[in-house]
Design a protein around this ligand. Structure first.
Ligand code: HXC
Length: 521
């Protein structure tokens, strides 16, 4: 065998060794837990044969606590580039089979390398987390490594889409990288995220809680809103990441890819003309409206289990990717509260950063009152949603279906927040408040007097409420002043949105230059 052939053979052997990560035993253990390895995950995520791996021979430099004996080629992360549906992406997947995927200085360098390349090339960066956190033996160097990653997460925010899959443990300060990215997906039952684990919680606060109830997918998808998506299997999770990417541009200088649309833009759905109940206090399902108007009725929902009173997610109109924000009358009457405001604000800001038009479907009775909300800073969270809408300069279309009262009317993309097209259904009620509230305030003296005189209070209230609702509970007051551009037939909504988006395609809007705003938090 020639020297060259021998060298090539050695390279192939080295590669094979690197591909085994922490070794066959550790791989078996990973599989026994129902988890795939880092390389298997990357293979499933990327287009066949497109993965270009970097730094597979990189080694850590730590010699503390016998670490020189725990050397594995590539250390605990697999990084590189590839394509998804033919589009360039950068990926890193922590390898739990190598020292529990714990983050070393070297691993951080590998992750930072692909993050830097993603920024240079204007391509999304997808991270799959499965790690015991900072590599304890490396001390401050591991912490510095995390900080390097966080700084890149921050700089990449709003420039390239960043997506985090949580496919195992993600604990301590490590959680801040996913939290800084745009979307987080957690595996049900096999992943968790928390700042301090159950043992520390017990020792500090005395609280008994297991990992799942402290930071499992069920907690973060329903209570905290930390995760945007959950999946039962890794196959499902990776398919969701691909689907999400299909709605997004590769960077903030591009538009999302347009797909061919065979759903006619003038398709009418008669269900919409009948969907608003006779009784204004009766709920209906906003999902039915969404599926009636979007291309092929498709909707890719973000945070479906969190703050269900507001619905956010991606859809397409005539093949164009759009962010939908909609109040949900069948969940707490679609009221806005702290969580709904946070959820809506974050989504609106993401869409704005990535040139994705925003379509808002409004049926909102107001903000939820009470100490629970005020103590949790509903003022600031509501202001955050308001800020997000007012700041967004992408094409914005608002359709008011029914209620649109008070502050919530303004917040949900009213005309004065520089919304481009404001449509309303004939059933819209756009006013400062509902009839009963308004009459209680305006007629307080009259009601008191009739009571004292033993008159028919109910009849008086009913008459005054009718007077108020005839005057205000309709879209025409707002249309009269040009705050609503047109009152439309509900079944025509898809067509009006599609035509509106086509019209707004060349929208340019400049705002005063500044370093950055100070968004209420
Ligand atoms: C070094 C680690 C490690 C770590 C795990 N390992 N975590 N090595 N640093 N942080 C090693 C283990 O020693 C073991 O090595 C191998 O990885 C597999 O771990 P196991 O414990 O056998 O696996 P499992 O039973 O599945 O438990 C997984 C685990 C547990 C729950 C993640 O390992 C664990 O609690 N690790 C420590 C978690 C933690 O407290 N991390 C620090 C968080 S603070 P061998 O050689 O025996 O196979 C933090 C700060 C970040 O991360 C700050 C950023 C700003």
């Amino acid at each position: 065998m020639s020297v060259q052939v021998e060298k090539i053979k050695a390279l192939i052997e080295k590669r094979e060794k690197a591909r085994l990560g922490g070794g066959e035993k550790a791989i078996d253990k990973q599989h026994q837990r129902g988890k795939y390895t880092a390389r298997e995950r990357i293979d499933m995520l990327l287009d066949d044969g497109s993965f270009e791996e970097y730094d597979m021979f990189k080694l850590h430099r730590c010699t503390n606590f016998g670490m020189e004996k725990k050397q594995f080629l590539g250390d605990g992360v697999v990084v590189g580039s590839g394509t998804i549906d033919g589009r360039l992406v950068y990926v890193f997947a922590q390898d739990f089979t190598v020292n529990g995927g714990s983050l070393s200085e070297t691993m951080a360098q590998k992750i930072c390398k692909v993050m830097d390349m993603a920024m240079k090339m204007g391509a999304p960066c997808i991270g799959i987390n499965d790690s015991g956190g900072a590599r304890i033996q490396e001390g401050i160097n591991a912490l510095a490594g995390y900080a390097e990653i966080f700084q890149r997460n921050i700089e990449a925010s709003g420039v390239i889409p960043q997506i985090s899959g949580i496919f195992g443990p993600c604990a301590g300060g490590a959680v801040y990288s996913p939290a800084l990215t745009d979307f987080t997906l957690m595996m049900e039952n096999t992943s968790y995220m928390f700042l301090t684990g159950p043992a520390v919680v017990k020792s500090v606060t005395g609280e008994n809680v297991d990992a799942e109830h402290l930071g499992g997918a069920s907690v973060h998808s329903t209570k905290s809103g930390v995760t945007h998506f959950t999946a039962k299997t890794e196959e499902e999770a990776l398919a969701m990441i691909k689907q999400l990417l299909s709605y997004l541009p590769s960077n903030n200088m591009e538009e999302a890819p347009r797909v061919e649309c065979n759903d006619p833009i003038d398709r009418m759905d008669d269900i919409l003309n009948e969907i608003i109940p006779e009784n204004p206090n009766e709920a209906y399902d906003m999902y039915k409206v969404i599926s009636a108007i979007t291309d092929n009725g498709e909707f890719f929902e973000v945070q479906p289990k969190y703050a269900k009173n507001i619905i956010v997610g991606f859809a397409r109109f005539n093949g164009q990717s759009v962010g939908i924000v909609a109040n949900q009358p069948s969940s707490y009457a679609g009221v806005l509260d702290c969580n709904a405001s946070r959820k809506g604000a974050r989504f609106v800001r993401f869409c704005d950063a990535f040139n994705i038009p925003i379509v808002s479907l409004v049926d909102v009775p107001g903000f939820l009152p009470g100490t629970g909300q005020e103590y949790n800073a509903v003022i600031l969270h509501g202001a955050k949603l308001l800020y997000a809408y007012g700041e967004a300069s992408v094409p914005k279309i608002t359709v008011t279906l029914r209620k649109s009262y008070g502050g919530s009317h303004i917040v949900m993309g009213c005309k004065q927040l520089k919304t481009d097209l404001n449509f309303a259904w004939p059933s819209a009620e756009i006013a400062v408040m509902g009839a009963s509230g308004a009459v209680a305030v305006l007629q307080a003296k009259g009601i008191k007097q009739i009571k004292e005189e033993g008159g028919d209070v109910a009849a008086f209230i009913a008459e005054k409420e009718k007077e108020y609702s005839d005057l205000f509970q309709n879209p025409y007051q707002a249309a009269k002043y040009g705050y609503i551009d047109d009152v439309i037939e509900p079944r025509n909504t898809r067509f009006r949105i599609c035509r509106g988006l086509a019209q707004l395609a060349t929208k340019r809007e400049t705002r005063p230059s500044k370093k950055h705003g100070c968004m209420p938090t």
